[in-house]
Write a protein that binds this ligand. Structure first.
Ligand SMILES: Nc1ncnc2c1ncn2[C@@H]1O[C@H](COP(=O)(O)OP(=O)(O)OP(=O)(O)O)[C@@H](O)[C@H]1O
Length: 226
């Protein structure tokens, strides 16, 4: 399952935000999208989920042109998105927050998703009945990651998953993301700095002012294959 963006242009209120972005994430690959605040990382994520309108360019999933596909249907393909601001509903429990994508999209099997997530992150099952407002910022990130995984069983889009997270929890999040490879899940991780994810990433695309300026290979075994 390969994700491919081809020459994507996005403008917001006539201002060019993405200026010809092309990138590819392979099956089971963990790719970084690295750039400063305002470089366009979130807009790339929103383009992939279908939430941002492209002026031109194409998005392909496994060779199929999905550029015109609405966000609901992309969730059905197995795309999951963890936005930068966690967007948990404070009055709902941890479990209810994770079930939100399934409540709004009946193509998503919430119970099956929960089983998968609790298996992967048993700490979330312990927290399940707690109101989200009682959690630390890092715990909320964990819940947001769990929620993204309810739908995101093929492609996971993580926007700043380590931002504001204490080191121990950041290591745990990193461990969970690494373990997804065995599920064949592709992961795109947007970050403004690399401190938590150098070992986690196999490649990184560097974005500056809406353009990809470099693609770096960090996983030596990938270099040997090419
Ligand atoms: N709705 C909007 N209206 C106006 N400008 C916007 C809007 N959304 C994004 N932008 C602008 O587009 C540019 C890219 O924003 P984007 O959020 O994609 O960057 P980013 O790399 O994710 O940075 P950050 O981590 O700060 O969110 C920024 O200059 C931002 O100000």
């Amino acid at each position: 399952m390969t994700l491919k963006l081809e020459n994507v242009q996005v403008s917001i209120q006539a201002a060019p935000i993405l200026r010809g972005v092309s990138l590819e994430v392979g099956t089971g690959e963990r790719m970084g999208l690295i750039g400063r605040n305002g470089a366009g990382k979130t807009t790339v994520m929103r383009t992939i989920t279908g939430l941002a309108n492209m002026a031109s360019g194409k998005v392909f999933w496994n060779g199929e042109d999905i550029s015109a596909m609405p966000p609901r249907e992309r969730a059905r393909l197995g795309f999951g998105y963890m936005p930068e601001d966690r967007r948990l509903v404070p009055d709902l429990t941890v479990e209810e927050n994770m079930l939100l994508p399934a409540w709004v999209n009946d193509a998503i099997d919430g119970q099956k998703g929960l089983e998968f997530v609790y298996d992967l992150m048993p700490e979330l099952s312990k927290m399940a009945p707690r109101k989200s407002l009682l959690l630390s910022g890092g715990q909320q990130k964990m819940v947001a990651l769990g929620r993204a995984l309810i739908a995101g069983r093929r492609l996971l889009l993580l926007d700043e998953p380590f931002e504001g997270v204490a080191p121990a929890l950041a290591m745990r999040i990193s461990e969970v993301i690494t373990s997804l490879k065995s599920e064949g899940l592709s992961v795109l991780i947007a970050q403004s700095e690399l401190s938590h994810s150098r070992e986690l990433l196999q490649r990184e695309s560097v974005i500056e002012r809406g353009e990809i300026v470099a693609v770096n290979v960090m996983d030596r075994s990938l270099l040997e294959k090419t």
